[in-house]
Design a protein around this ligand. Structure first.
Ligand code: SAM
Length: 316
């Protein structure tokens, strides 16, 4: 008998908690609801048998499980699934769930810029993660992904870290005010609990470093620049609520971005304390909606171009 112990997280493991939050109206993980458009438009209905699927920056496996749920069971049976992820750990139960449905599961501990060029995948997904890759690495990653991908292969991107993340609806002001108030409470709490020295450093970093929100068109141009064709683009709603932020405050990248310099466990506590204060001040509950826009893209490596000479055969 093999007993496999889960790795103990060294820092609070945020993306795990957020990926477990279920949207009550759809029954789906909140962060993955925007991808329902890919199911509705049947982009993954024609995957070949024995195809290879690569989830890049797969976190704790939620995105791979969700994408696999869109692929017909008889196709999945013969599929090989690769999840590449540099930091997070995929729990044993999640791996078992995936293995039950597919031919083989391989997990690679690797950053996207490297793993994107390693796998000849028929389907690649980059879910809730492209904003974490610095632009230079990202451009390199698209190129490597293009070179490694077979003709006709499909890629799926979704990210809510875009410049227009605040929805243009009734909620817009509420979302913006909530966010501003929370950030102010974080700064206030940080001043209370940090030494003057650390607080000054935190303030200085916050002034110079802004979370780089992606320009949707810029991202699309990067992907086209590598040679892919965009088959679908839309802004979808991620049905976040106040609780989503209470969960995301455990995420390493979120902590680094919102509360740089501060030691992660303390930063997570500061964010939590500040959130409670904000909720009290604004009379909010964990269930109150704070939706975000999310960019969803489907791209494809184009087929053999007209008049392309393949071996000794001219394809017209
Ligand atoms: C918000 S989580 C999303 C996880 C998963 N795709 C999902 O939607 O459930 C972002 C993930 O990107 C990973 N990540 C961060 N930098 C990365 C990089 N350079 N290459 C690949 N993955 C990266 C993080 O470790 C984290 O697991």
């Amino acid at each position: 008998m093999t007993i496999e112990a889960d790795r103990v997280a060294q820092t609070p493991d945020l993306s795990y908690k957020f990926s477990e939050q279920i949207d009550v109206s759809t029954g789906l993980p909140v962060g993955l609801v925007p991808l329902e458009i890919v199911r509705r438009k049947s982009y993954l209905n024609n995957i070949r048998p024995n195809a290879i699927y690569h989830d890049i920056g797969g976190g704790t496996g939620a995105s791979a499980r969700y994408i696999l749920s869109m692929i017909p069971a008889d196709v999945k049976e013969g599929m090989r699934v690769i999840i590449s992820e540099p930091y997070n750990y995929i729990p044993h139960t999640v791996r078992q769930e995936i293995v039950k449905e597919v031919d083989e599961l391989v997990i690679i501990k690797s950053a996207a810029v490297s793993s994107a060029g390693l796998i000849e995948a028929d389907v690649s997904s980059l879910i809730n993660m492209v904003h974490l890759i610095p632009k230079g690495d990202r451009v390199e990653m698209w190129k490597r992904l293009f070179d490694a991908s077979p003709i006709g292969s499909v890629g799926i991107v979704s990210t809510t870290f875009i410049t227009d993340w605040i929805p243009e609806e009734l909620h817009a002001n509420r979302v913006a005010y909530f966010f501003q108030a929370w950030m102010m409470q974080i700064a206030r709490r940080a001043k209370e609990v940090l030494s003057d020295e650390v607080f000054a450093e935190f303030r200085a970093r916050k002034k110079t470093e802004k979370l780089s929100l992606l320009d949707s068109n810029g991202l699309i141009q990067e992907i086209i620049g590598a040679g892919f064709e965009i088959e679908h683009k839309s802004n979808e709603t991620m049905p976040c609520n106040v609780e989503s932020y209470d969960l995301i405050r455990y995420d390493k990248e979120w902590i680094d971005f919102i509360t740089p310099v501060i030691e992660p466990a303390q930063a997570c506590e500061i964010q939590g304390y500040a959130l409670q204060k904000t909720m009290k001040e604004k009379d909010l509950t964990l269930e109150d909606r704070m939706p975000r826009n999310t960019l969803v893209l489907v791209f494809r490596k184009p087929g053999i171009p007209k008049n392309y000479v393949y071996g000794s055969t001219l394809v017209v």
